[in-house]
Design a protein around this ligand. Structure first.
Ligand SMILES: [Zn+2]
Length: 500
């Protein structure tokens, strides 16, 4: 019996946040013409048959008559997406010796969709797929031309951007691999201003939140500038490192967040609508899309109109806020997605919005006030390390006002984060117990104990006070937490008695 030749090419099989190497095996035997794809292909992969057949014929090759079997291995992993078209077509052309077999072809990771005319089409989430495999032993990638340019900003890897099946007719394509080089130089510290006047106290609280990644709640009437304050937060945070950029880009690539993919440079700012569903908020679903909590990874998650969010949706914040990741159940498997964000929420003090305002009176009835307060229950408020009252500025904005300079604020935040990283226990909001807080002077400890004894602090609140005090000390480059730091941190805990 003669041996039946099998062609093996490499591609990629995504699974949630990660992607695995996938072998595309092509076998053509004599027999009645048929074309099978096996290895758990979903509908989009099964449709490759029609695209591949048309593309091969349109480029002037002949389509073999016989039993064609394509096996996508590993066979126990579901295969989704149209990016298997190109490796399948090249496998058939290699098997029928219509294109030359080369080491570069058999050792490259190949992905791309084909049009009926044989031209390549950009592969969806190409960035995420390539980033996942950069650590594998194969460093060469054959991708659609449209995807090539953006991939060149990735460190490591060699890329060939193909336009059509015709490119592979002779071996000249092998001379066109381009190395990925990330040649970005650190950004020059530009002068940034935020257009918020007379809100020094709120900006100081944002600085603490940004330094220790502390969840922060802003409470104030309409027009007090809560949204502008929240929007200034990403600019206060230090620049993303290259590894952070990779991680953020990968998540956004999987979320289909940009049409033309590129390496994201700035920190994400996500502002979901209060009517957002749990699935959109946390992620998951049939196609394992990242949710808002993961899209905000390494950036800012802003929940405006906080009191309007469904309690069930907010319940999902609990684990990401403690662990910086979210666990998703998907059919029979579980996936862990990163979700380490800086949470900022904003809300009105009452239903009409004017409770405590110095000019406009609150029009809420007693019942309305009680209902509103019940909506934002104690455990929910407890999640915030910092709670800040934002008042409407008493003075009019001056004509000459340029904005608040962020230069010094950014420097202090960067330095405070470096101090925390050097301590090796993560940012202060993630500290687990009192022993992680470190050096605290006896006066400060007395003040803290007295606050607990007078029941001004909940159990969770007492640890939050120390974490925030640690950040305030770090911002002032002090090793030891003193009583001023603790007093300030207690103030940020006590809003429920002052406003709500
Ligand atoms: Zn009111």
């Amino acid at each position: 019996m003669s041996k039946v030749e099998v062609i093996r090419l490499l591609s990629v099989a995504p699974e949630g946040l990660n992607a695995h190497l996938c072998e595309v095996e092509v076998q053509i035997q004599r027999g009645l013409p048929c074309f099978h794809i096996v290895g758990l292909p979903e509908a989009s992969v099964r449709e490759a048959k029609e695209r591949v057949r048309s593309a091969i014929l349109a480029c002037g090759f002949h389509f073999p008559l016989g039993r064609i079997t394509i096996n996508l291995s590993p066979g126990d992993l579901k295969k989704e997406g149209s990016h298997y078209d190109l490796p399948i077509a090249l496998g058939i052309l290699l098997h029928t010796k219509q294109i030359p077999a080369t080491k570069n072809l058999s050792e490259s990771i190949i992905l791309g969709e084909l049009g009926l005319n044989g031209n390549t089409r950009p592969a969806k989430s190409c960035f995420a797929k390539v980033i996942s495999l950069l650590e594998s032993r194969f460093k060469h990638f054959i991708v659609p031309k449209e995807n090539e340019n953006s991939l060149l900003h990735l460190r490591g890897g060699w890329y060939y951007g193909s336009t059509s099946l015709i490119d592979f007719k002779n071996r000249s394509w092998e001379n066109h691999f381009i190395a990925g080089i990330n040649s970005e130089s650190p950004r020059q510290e530009e002068e940034l201003y935020i257009p918020i006047e007379h809100q020094e106290a709120a900006i100081a609280a944002l600085e603490i939140a940004a330094a220790g990644n502390h969840p922060i709640l802003l409470v104030g009437p309409p027009g007090s500038g809560k949204t502008s304050l929240a929007r200034s937060l990403p600019q206060m945070l230090p620049e993303l490192s290259y590894e952070e950029k990779l991680s953020v880009t990968k998540i956004h690539s999987l979320g289909g967040q940009f049409h033309r993919e590129e390496l994201l440079k700035s920190r994400p700012f996500r502002c979901p609508h209060p009517g957002v569903t749990s699935a959109a908020f946390c992620g998951g679903g049939v196609h394992a899309k990242p949710g808002e909590v993961s899209l905000a990874h390494h950036g800012v998650l802003f929940l405006d109109e906080f009191s309007e969010f469904q309690p069930l949706v907010l319940e999902n914040l609990r684990i990401p806020m403690v662990e910086g990741k979210i666990l998703l159940n998907r059919q029979k498997s579980q996936q862990i997605w990163p979700a380490s964000f800086l949470l900022i929420a904003a809300m009105n003090p009452c239903h009409c919005g004017w409770l405590g305002d110095r000019e406009k009176p609150c029009k809420c009835s007693n019942n309305q006030l009680i209902r509103y307060q019940q909506k934002i229950s104690g455990p929910l408020l407890d999640r915030f390390d910092l709670k800040v009252e934002v008042k409407r500025p008493s003075k009019a904005i001056s004509a000459t006002f340029r904005g608040v300079s962020l230069k010094k604020i950014r420097e202090r935040i960067k330095q405070a984060r470096e101090i925390q990283n050097a301590r090796g226990k993560g940012l202060n909001t993630y500290l687990q117990g009192i022993k992680d807080i470190g050096n605290i002077c006896s006066k400060a400890e007395d003040l803290w104990t007295r606050a607990i004894q007078s029941s001004r602090l909940s159990v969770r609140g007492s640890l939050q006070v120390l974490k925030v005090a640690r950040t305030i000390a770090d911002l002032n480059t002090k090793c030891r937490i003193d009583s001023d730091d603790v007093a300030q941190a207690i103030w940020y805990q006590s809003i429920s008695r002052r406003v709500l």
